[in-house]
Design a protein around this ligand. Structure first.
Ligand SMILES: C[S@@+](CC[C@H](N)C(=O)[O-])C[C@H]1O[C@@H](n2cnc3c(N)ncnc32)[C@H](O)[C@@H]1O
Length: 290
């Protein structure tokens, strides 16, 4: 972890922009950032068009941490490596292979380290959050394994999962907005994961992600791309012993939780960092604007 990358946000908490964050890994940093979150929200939420559309909350550091001017996907990945966000060569490889530019609406800046609105009160998550979640799940995304991506949105992470588990594995996206499921399939068809969609080892489905997707359970890896008030029991049930789930939990204050199912079926939960995601909710609530 590059220290300056990690601590810049502490100095610049009063931006009007709720943006993607730099990366916090320790409990003490998390605690510190929470203070920032409450301060920053009160200053920013009414003037910020991106409020609740991002998925992390350390404010203002966007100016310092974004990769503006970097227009190539590879350069985006190298930047994340440079700042210590990506430490895994496998994650770097898959993020280089799946061009984020194919998943972000035209007219946006696909390679900035920022979430981007994709309609329906949803976003594609910021690159550093994608990288973080891929790294947390890497051991559970080995060839032949099963991965579930809840709130699959643009399909970007589902495509990354599919490439990591390969044609002998299975990557399943579940998204409750039908238009986003269609969009995800179109995006994936243009990407390096297109053949996996065609051969059926990658699939994207319309559904309420709180119920998981029992058809291909149990899963070695479950990623949830929206914040749940609590960890949904069906997702725990669909996790394989030895499996791992990464899920943001909370309302105003959210923690990225890492949930490991032990071989005896018991569950271990730890907090990775503080984050800001859109809610895991009903379709109606989301379309009403929560
Ligand atoms: C922050 S976006 C992340 C999207 C995706 N990970 C990406 O980066 O493109 C969260 C997604 O969760 C979806 N979502 C929210 N609640 C859901 C639910 N109950 N079931 C399925 N999807 C849900 C939203 O529609 C949105 O697409």
């Amino acid at each position: 972890m590059n220290a300056s990358y990690s601590y810049f946000p502490v100095l610049v908490a009063y931006d009007s922009r709720v943006s993607s964050s730099c990366y916090a890994t320790t409990t003490s940093r998390t605690f510190h950032h929470r203070s920032l979150v409450s301060l920053s929200l009160s200053f920013s939420k009414f003037q910020n068009p991106n409020f609740l559309t991002g998925n992390t909350i350390f404010l203002k550091m966007q100016r310092f941490c974004s990769v503006s001017g970097i227009s190539k996907n590879k350069a985006m990945v190298e930047r994340l490596q440079h700042f210590g966000v990506i430490t895994s060569s496998k994650v770097a490889e898959v993020m280089e292979t799946v061009d984020r530019g194919l998943f972000v609406p035209s007219g946006s800046a696909p390679y900035d380290d920022s979430p981007v609105a994709i309609g329906y009160n949803a976003t594609i998550s910021a690159p550093h959050m994608h990288a973080t979640c891929l790294q947390l799940l890497e051991e559970n995304l080995q060839p032949g394994m099963h991965a579930l991506d809840i709130g699959s949105g643009t399909g970007y992470l589902t495509a990354c999962f599919a490439l990591m588990v390969g044609p002998q594995g299975r990557a399943v996206g579940v998204e409750h907005i039908p238009e986003l499921v269609s969009l995800a399939k179109e995006n994936i068809q243009k990407s390096a994961a297109a053949t996996l969609l065609k051969d059926g080892s990658l699939s994207v489905h319309v559904g309420d992600g709180r119920e998981g997707w029992p058809e291909f359970a149990p899963y070695d890896a479950i990623h949830v791309g929206a914040a749940a008030p609590e960890i949904p029991q069906p997702l725990i049930d669909q996790l394989k012993p030895g499996g791992r789930m990464v899920i943001p939990v909370g309302n105003i204050f959210q923690d990225l939780k890492v949930v490991d199912k032990n071989s005896d079926g018991s569950i271990s939960v730890r907090t990775e960092t503080s984050v800001r995601y859109v809610p895991l909710t009903s379709r109606d609530a989301q379309l009403r604007g929560y």
